[in-house]
Design a protein around this ligand. Structure first.
Ligand code: AHR
Length: 329
């Protein structure tokens, strides 16, 4: 019998002490499928997952899907065959998970989601999600832009009557991209300042620096002096875009206002260097809460809430230098 089952026998209430988790963890095996290593954020998330599992004494079977959903499905199937105690994964895209999650359910293995959301026909196919609220992040991107444009009384660079915006979207079908677009568009539609903006172009840069640079180059070729604002759905794409903007002889953060998402150190450095204006935090430090919840579930308990969002802030160039030393990723 596993230690975890012994713990159930001694009675697990709603509040199980963290020390009990640590004891139970000695015998617990968790399979975890990560998306890949597409961004600075993802590396921080992976490091945090591994460190949190180690701190709790969990036997972590970690698999890197190299940006492919089929690899995640294969990894989950392997975890089922290995009879792990719980499966965790970051869904690279929202859809296409029903069959494999049914296999896990039939095998009696609970599944938890980290970071991104998914859409399944039956919500009981996963027991809990620890992650971020991408719709809120998109809303915050619009709010920051709108306040800043008002504050500096920014006029369109081309002398026209609209502030022209280009958007670098994340991976197609990923909740982090879908949600941020939804939040941004909803906030734009609801804004009394809606009419002062024109969305010139919106295209995926797949959450990578290289693609962000490439797509920004094509935006600059097509729209050159019209672009006033870049909304980037993550910081890595923004950092790639900054290279393209400088190569085009323009000043990032001045000629083109740059707003990212994630709040990684690279973006803080860009803000300190005067090359970016703001970033909306997407907090990758989800491992501790994730594994504590997992242990609770393995021990027969219930998560306090099915979906928990981690805390997230908003940071701008004005406070970047002061905040930078406190950043953990
Ligand atoms: O799902 C979170 C997103 O995925 C982050 O914004 C991005 O950097 C990562 O790759």
């Amino acid at each position: 019998m596993r230690v975890s089952k012994t713990l159930i026998a001694v009675g697990l209430g709603a509040a199980i002490a963290a020390t009990s988790f640590a004891q139970a963890a000695d015998k617990v095996t968790i399979g975890f499928s990560q998306i890949g290593a597409e961004s600075e954020w993802r590396t921080a998330n992976t490091n945090d997952v591994k460190a949190a599992a180690e701190a709790l004494g969990i036997d972590l079977k970690f698999s890197d899907a190299q940006q492919k959903q089929e690899n995640q499905i294969k990894a989950i199937r392997t975890f089922i065959a290995q009879k792990v105690d719980l499966i965790g994964f970051v869904p690279i895209v929202e859809t296409g998970w029903d069959n494999i999650l049914r296999e896990a359910k039939r095998a009696g293995i609970p599944v938890m989601i980290m970071d991104r959301d998914l859409k399944v026909s039956d919500d009981s196919l996963y027991v809990a999600k620890i992650g971020t609220d991408s719709v809120a992040e998109g809303r915050k991107q619009f709010a920051w832009m709108d306040e800043y444009i008002t504050k500096i009384d920014r006029k369109p660079r081309n002398g026209g009557d609209k502030i022209n915006v280009v958007i670098l979207e994340g991976t197609v079908g990923a909740s982090a991209a879908v949600g941020r677009s939804k939040g941004f568009n909803e906030a734009l539609e609801a804004s009394p300042n809606k009419d002062r903006y024109n969305i010139l172009a919106s295209q995926t840069g797949d959450f990578t620096r290289a693609k962000g640079k490439e797509v920004m180059e094509s935006f600059l070729k097509s729209y050159g002096n019209d672009i006033d604002v870049l909304i980037s759905q993550n910081d890595d794409m923004a950092l790639g875009a900054i290279q393209a903007i400088e190569a085009a002889g323009l000043k990032p953060a001045q000629d083109i206002i740059i707003i990212g998402a994630d709040a990684v150190k690279g973006m803080f450095q860009a803000m300190i260097d005067g090359k970016a204006n703001a970033t909306i935090e997407c907090n990758p430090l989800q491992g501790k809460l994730f594994f504590e919840t997992a242990l609770k579930i393995i021990n027969g308990g219930q998560p306090d809430q099915k979906v928990v969002y981690v805390d997230e802030g908003v940071f701008s160039a004005e406070d970047a230098a002061e905040v930078f030393p406190t950043r953990k990723y």
